[in-house]
Design a protein around this ligand. Structure first.
Ligand code: GDP
Length: 480
């Protein structure tokens, strides 16, 4: 097949065009330097400025991260804090932190990690992950010589239960009478709630000019379950820097994910064994990601939608009723299906077993797992979910289910612009069943509806050309 043989993959390719640094122990995290062997080429290359900023950020994580004197002092101040202004986070050289509290499914978690990381880079904060999730078991450490996992001894407890109602909440800072900048230094930490249920005031965070205001807060704690990068592109404070980091706006998630997300060896084993056994030797690979939000039982209208989409978009061949003459040199097409149920997979597989294809192609259909129900925080379940998202990204073309963050990660990791199946309403397959998306970027589900420049409500899908409404969610925003 068209994959590069190991020996010809140069160092530059192995390091994904300078996105990664050499020097990590290869065996402790095989995916880090081996993923290039499983990809034909990078869909997008990192800009020189992105590479420079990543190296600076790594130095920051090393200088201020867990285990350093700076971290110990900052955590101690947070633990023993009892009101009143302390040394602010805006002192020169001060270490400042962003603690991410991800929640909900793994797709949500991954989008949150990529978004929080970009925010941390833009604002010079050390990114630390709450470890109540299984993220530490399924991903390798991304930063050389520094851990991104929040130490167990972190003085703020029960992070998963923080909500926008806590008095440290950003919403009260911007609602308060005192000048916000002054009240930042009177807070133990600032909590930013970006949950779906967050308020108008919480979302003013997206207009915040960190350099003048939140910069005083050494500790920023953030709860989010989604991709908020499009909103950062609407904030005038970051526009110039984002332009330099990402000359091509459609590859932000792709590049951040390839920098940050390296599956641990156990997950990498799931990925590579499946790939080598079922996908590698086909002439073409199609991914079909099925996510049904109306319950875990199989639905005929969802199957109808999958078949209509793949047929109309010529992603899968039609079948014939007559037994054909065996064609010479038939092409092979592998279909990787993912989903909680195996019924859709069984139906598609039977279709191509029962009848010959009109094109003579041999269609093989696979599904790695069928977990039946969504669980969260179970390591084996999450390992399978990650392996499947990653495998979806190793296909050549992909059909995804609208609204699904699992699907966004699958096509985003692969650098693939998906065909998105619209979410069915009233248990009927929508018409058209699917549409080619405009870019490989994930959709932001709970965007702000506020123009930071004009300081008034606005249609945020109309402010700049590269932030538009999503195909699958009319009010969502995505980079194109
Ligand atoms: P979303 O709910 O579709 O936005 O995606 P999430 O990944 O955030 O949450 C869904 C969760 O359900 C996943 O993390 C998995 O735990 C599980 N799940 C959903 N679809 C699949 C699938 O195709 N394969 C596997 N293994 N798990 C899935």
């Amino acid at each position: 097949s068209s994959f590069w043989p190991l020996s010809s993959t140069s160092t530059q390719e192995k390091l994904l065009g300078g996105l990664l640094v050499p020097g990590f122990d290869e065996r402790s995290c095989l995916s880090r330097y081996h993923s290039a062997f499983y990809r034909r080429s990078m869909a997008r290359s990192p800009s020189a400025h992105l590479i420079k900023r990543l190296r600076e950020h790594e130095a920051l994580q090393r200088r201020c991260g867990p285990g350093t004197e700076a971290y110990r002092a900052a955590a101690a101040r947070l633990g023993s804090w009892h009101g009143g202004g302390g040394p602010g986070g805006d002192a020169p050289g001060a270490c400042r932190y962003l603690v991410l509290v991800p929640y909900r499914g793994l797709g949500n978690n991954i989008l949150a990690m990529a978004s929080a990381f970009l925010y941390a880079v833009l604002t010079d904060r050390v990114l630390l992950l709450d470890r109540t999730t299984s993220l530490g078991d399924i991903f390798c450490e991304p930063f050389p010589g520094a851990s991104w996992l929040l130490p167990e001894s972190f003085p703020v407890r029960d992070l998963q239960n923080l909500t926008g109602e806590v008095r440290e909440s950003y919403r009260y800072l911007v609602q308060g009478d005192a000048p916000a900048a002054a009240s930042v230094s009177r807070r133990r930490y600032v909590f930013v709630d970006l949950d779906h249920s967050c308020t108008y005031h919480d979302k003013l965070f997206f207009c915040d000019d960190e350099r003048r205001f939140l910069r005083r807060a050494p500790w920023l704690l953030m709860r989010t379950d989604g991709y908020f990068v499009p909103a950062l592109f609407l904030n005038p404070a970051y526009q110039e820097e984002l332009d330099r980091l990402f000359p091509r706006k459609d590859a932000v998630f792709y590049l951040l994910a390839h920098y940050l997300l390296h599956p641990t060896n156990k997950v990498w084993g799931l990925i590579t064994r499946f790939h080598d056994a079922y996908l590698r030797n086909s002439d073409e690979r199609l991914g079909i990601q099925i996510r049904v939000f109306d319950g875990d039982t199989p639905f005929q209208h969802v199957l109808d939608q999958i078949l209509a989409c793949t047929s109309q978009e010529r992603l899968l061949p039609d079948v014939v009723t007559q037994e054909p003459q065996p064609p010479a040199g038939a092409r092979s097409k592998a279909v990787l299906m993912t989903g909680l149920s195996s019924w859709y997979y069984e139906s598609v597989r039977w279709k191509y077993w029962q009848s010959a294809t009109a094109t003579g192609e041999a269609v093989s259909v696979y599904q790695p797992s069928h977990e039946e129900h969504q669980l969260s925080g179970y390591t084996t379940h999450d390992m399978k979910a990650l392996a499947e998202m990653y495998l979806l990204g190793m296909t050549d073309k992909i059909v995804t289910s609208g609204w699904s963050t699992f699907g966004y990660v699958g096509h985003g990791l692969g650098g693939l612009t998906p065909w998105v199946m619209f979410r069915p309403e009233n248990h009927t397959a929508p018409s058209p069943p699917c549409r080619r998306a405009r870019s490989m970027e994930p959709c932001m589900h709970g965007p702000p509806f506020y123009d930071c420049r004009a300081k008034q409500g606005a249609d945020t899908g109309k402010l700049v050309p590269h932030v538009q409404h999503c195909e699958d969610m009319s009010w969502g925003l995505k980079l194109v």
